[in-house]
Ligand binder design. Structure first.
Ligand code: UDP
Length: 323
């Protein structure tokens, strides 16, 4: 199987590439290294069937050739991470929408029509003020006011609409994935992600920075489970034209994430509370509860999660200490 991963030097892409290489697939990664890192690909480089190009999908002159080579494309290239989204609200829209469209156009032009799995996000569910499980058939809404905090969500909704329209108009085989909170090796805390930030802070015996009062809830899944779901979805023809949540039902407050990290790292770090305004600036609107309805995912994959939250934390702490 020939696998093309755009944005593959990022956290999810690099783990996905390694998983496919271990299966014996050929993997080609495209990444402009804006947030992705070459060091994430060290393990992949050990395989003969691994190819990498530092290139932006928006301007890659050889995109058609690469797309034509692929049996399956995971389109993950995007501007991601809360800090980056707030800092670059225009490029979030332009890069994420134009990049996706360019990949889809190339697939349409190709002789060999690859299956395309496009990364969307649970951010599209917006800020619902109840503890309802988030399911794919819910109405979506964007909070009122021109608020660039939602640009990421808007860009991904546009990608979903593009994907579904290419299925409808051109009968391409495309699936949209709404990612929930994924954690694991290669994730950086530089752009806001909570777990790698807490792990690094705990190891350095620095304060763990909890934003808000820490009662907000997330459901975390290890990327090594995520990639199996992605492969199951990619290999199942029934996922064509579907939008699917990918996440876990292990819910935890951010306060408890801080406590678990502290205790598993044997750290003396204090927990410091920082207001959202100080953490993100005034434009920020927090999501208090985010947990997926997984019924649809279960329809397409029988994979059972292997990594518990604490096992992932132990592994991340060990890796961070070795660095
Ligand atoms: N968060 C935190 N401290 C940090 C980074 C993030 O308390 O140093 C909080 C953040 O406000 C959010 C949760 O942790 O409530 C998860 O944040 P992340 O950016 O990892 O994911 P998302 O907000 O997209 O769910």
């Amino acid at each position: 199987m020939h696998i093309l991963i755009t944005g593959g030097a990022g956290f999810i892409g690099s783990n996905l590439a390694l998983y496919h290489l271990k299966k014996g697939d050929k993997v080609h990664i495209l990444d402009n290294l804006s947030t992705g890192r070459l060091s994430n690909l060290e393990e992949c480089e050990k395989y003969n069937n691994f190819y990498f190009n530092e290139v932006d999908v928006l301007i890659d002159e050889e995109l058609d050739k690469r797309v034509n080579w692929a049996d399956r494309i995971y389109h993950l290239a995007a501007v991601v991470g809360v800090f980056r989204v707030l800092e670059k609200p225009i490029s979030v829209l332009s890069t994420n929408i134009a990049g996706c469209e360019r990949v889809l156009r190339a697939v349409l032009r190709s002789d060999w029509k690859a299956k395309v799995v496009i990364a969307s996000t649970s951010e599209v569910y917006g800020n619902r003020k109840s503890n309802q499980l988030l399911s794919e058939d819910m109405e979506l809404y964007i909070s009122p006011g021109i608020n660039s905090r939602w640009n990421y969500s808007i860009s991904k909704l546009a990608d979903e609409a593009y994907g579904l329209s290419y299925v409808r108009e051109h009968d391409l085989d495309i699936t949209l994935i709404r990612f929930f909170n994924v954690i694991g090796p290669n994730q950086t805390g530089k752009y806001g992600m909570v777990v790698p930030r807490f792990v690094q802070q705990a190891i350095n015996n620095e304060e763990l920075t909890v934003f808000g009062d820490g009662t907000q809830i997330r459901a975390f899944m290890d990327v090594r489970d995520t990639v199996i779901y992605l492969d199951d979805i990619g290999s199942n023809p029934a996922t064509k034209g579907e939008v699917i949540n990918v996440g876990s039902n292990y819910e935890i407050t951010i306060n408890n994430v801080a406590k678990h990290v502290k205790s598993l790292a044997n750290s003396n770090s204090e927990i410091k509370y920082i207001s959202y305004d100080d953490a993100y600036g005034e434009e920020f609107e927090e999501i208090y509860f985010r947990k997926p309805d997984l019924r649809k995912l279960k329809k397409f994959s029988s994979h059972q999660i292997k990594w518990s939250f604490d096992d992932t934390l132990r592994d991340l702490i060990r890796r961070a200490k070795e660095k």
